[in-house]
Ligand binder design. Sequence first.
Ligand SMILES: Cc1cc2nc3c(=O)[nH]c(=O)nc-3n(C[C@H](O)[C@H](O)[C@H](O)COP(=O)(O)OP(=O)(O)OC[C@H]3O[C@@H](n4cnc5c(N)ncnc54)[C@H](O)[C@@H]3O)c2cc1C
Length: 408
Amino acid sequence: MKAIVCGAGIAGLTVAWHLERAGGEVELVEHAPAFREGGYMIDFYGPGLEVAERMGLRPRLEEVRHPVHEIGFLDRDGRQTSRLAVKAGFAGVISLLRGDLARVLAEEVRAPVRYSTTVAAVRQDGGGAEVDLTDGTRHEVDLLIGADGVHSRVRELVFGPADRFVRYLGHHVAAYVLHDEDLGRRVGTRYRMLTEPGLMAGAYAVRGGGLALLFLSREPGPALPDDPAGFLRQRFGHLGWILPEVLDRCPRPPALYYDQVTQIEAGRWSNGRVVLLGDSCQAVSLFAGHGASLAMAAARTLADELGTVALGTGELGTGELGTGELGTGELGTATLGDLSPALARYAARMRPVAARVQASGRRFLPWMAPSGRLRMATRDLLLRLASLPGADRLFMDAFSPGGHHLVR
Ligand SMILES: Cc1cc2nc3c(=O)[nH]c(=O)nc-3n(C[C@H](O)[C@H](O)[C@H](O)COP(=O)(O)OP(=O)(O)OC[C@H]3O[C@@H](n4cnc5c(N)ncnc54)[C@H](O)[C@@H]3O)c2cc1C
């Protein structure tokens, strides 16, 4: 099987890993000019962590994880109003930078990545797809995988304009990593969050003397500001704590990540020889906190279903992750025939889980970014209760949307 994967992110790298180990010929195209380091802190757990374990990546993830001992909520002067001690209940969670998760995946992927490149056009006939890339090359492939995130180019080319798929969640999000040992020491390995109605700023010290910063603001519309760094200064600069200092040194994109907070709900995930994967069709948003995990689970599910077609024997066709062995070169040798049933099964397995996680994210939204002081006070009370012995597990489950049973 010959496949082009558009987007060398979490989903794209994971599916490339699986397909190439099954004998597939894979190439990645990525519109960023180079590998994307850093980004923002993510909590990685659930089905994605299980996939990573099956890929043998757990030891590397342990090396790059960041210990989070406490989550503290601050007022506008930097005084802590409530805290959540991170104890045994969170043992199954790996906190790390998105860029570090991508790096661990990329280290294990052999497929070449064409940077500064994207898909320019796609044509399909019965037996394959012809893909034109923006570097001027043309490729005949069995499958084009659109793993190019919430603003997917493949989705736009093959499935329609973004406004058909995007649900705007009323917020903008920004993140960057600032290299400053002194600031890192001041914040420490405690996740610090300052909340004001409609605004949230978070900071966490990362390895090598840096500080990972996150900003969330309630905004009436999805349109992004022309000068995101200036906009952040205007929205957050009047608050105290370390914010004036770190915002004075806010970088410009791409070092600054700035985007609208959205969920993606796509009616169809495949069309002939083109299939969507990860955030491009199932983005759940940072409010749900499962996106990377689900992206990896979806990548393995897709590879699993493609394996059933290649073998034609049902050996990989139990429909359960982890029951099939994808390491024997099946996808390289078999005649593929019609992929539609396999792609439909992949979507049927993933879509309900994504929908559940999305719904949970929408429920969590008012608590992560409270719009008023009453809700902030309620959240602080809940957090105080959650710091009682044993309650952290309950608290986590209450806000956790499940999906842990995806990898069976
Ligand atoms: C602030 C924040 C916090 C989050 N916290 C968590 C968390 O705690 N836990 C969790 O599991 N998830 C979290 N997520 C979600 C998670 O990061 C995403 O769901 C996950 O990265 C999705 O993987 P993906 O591969 O589909 O997309 P991405 O990781 O975004 O990768 C897409 C790739 O495609 C590339 N690309 C984009 N457009 C094109 C194009 N036109 N052509 C070619 N390439 C293109 C991009 O450069 C990128 O490399 C968070 C997200 C944000 C923004």
